[in-house]
Design a protein around this ligand. Sequence first.
Ligand SMILES: NC(=O)c1ccc[n+]([C@@H]2O[C@H](COP(=O)([O-])OP(=O)(O)OC[C@H]3O[C@@H](n4cnc5c(N)ncnc54)[C@H](O)[C@@H]3O)[C@@H](O)[C@H]2O)c1
Length: 256
Amino acid sequence: MRGLQGKRIVIAGGATGIGAATAERLAEEGAAVVVGDLNIDGARATAKRVTEAGGTALAVEFDLADERSVQALISRAVSELGAIDGLYNVGAELSPETMGRDTDLLGMDPAIWRRNHDVNLLGYALTCREAIPHLLDQGGGVIVNTSSGAAWGGDPSRPAYSASKAGVSSLTRHIAGRWGKEGIRCNGVAPGVVMTDAFKQSDSADVKAWALRSIRAPRLGEPEDLAGVVSFLFSDDAAYVSGQVWSVCGGWSLRE
Ligand SMILES: NC(=O)c1ccc[n+]([C@@H]2O[C@H](COP(=O)([O-])OP(=O)(O)OC[C@H]3O[C@@H](n4cnc5c(N)ncnc54)[C@H](O)[C@@H]3O)[C@@H](O)[C@H]2O)c1
């Protein structure tokens, strides 16, 4: 991919899963990555894999739900790398305690809605707020946000998660529209079912079978499927793509 060599990209949520695979792929393409995450051990493990493969990576502990911590992540990235060229928002509140209680709108706990909002949507808005002035200092840059097929899938469960991800899609279009003329491209990816290690280890044979029936591809998604698309969106090969939220879902969102 063109234009990734030497680019400095902050990954907000790169300890495991899609974020970790994308950190490795971006580094393989020549970018220096700052791997931010609440899970610092996981972030360090990702950074170690990157550096062992010959890349440049720095692990930073931060919390999407904590404004000061988000500020510290971006300022640390700028001070360590001199500047930043990109931001990849990928972390999300996926803990069983929150996801498991995000089931029924009529019986909702508002705290679950607030938590989804604070991490998944406000957290992304805060990382963007902190990063955009630095991107403008560089004459522009690239932001990629992680939405979800749940944002438009009409999922009968997970209303708070789905709503937070729909907000991410909207935030993405806002940023593309507001700062496009100043050289900032902003896109989103909406994964379908992606077989992260956590998902593979879970006892979810029924979910896997349901997911496989729902898509048009012969297999479920892997983190590397997202890593390739996200890296492309950061690259100069995607120089004329902005304000889009791409489904990366094996045809799950296809309509007849
Ligand atoms: N895996 C899927 O099937 C799937 C489908 C649709 C969307 N997504 C989205 O893809 C993204 C990555 O998910 P994944 O499946 O790789 O899961 P994952 O759990 O491996 O990754 C999520 C990361 O976010 C981090 N995180 C959680 N709360 C945080 C916080 N408050 N501050 C900072 N970091 C925090 C976690 O520690 C973890 O490293 C998420 O935004 C998720 O909503 C995933």
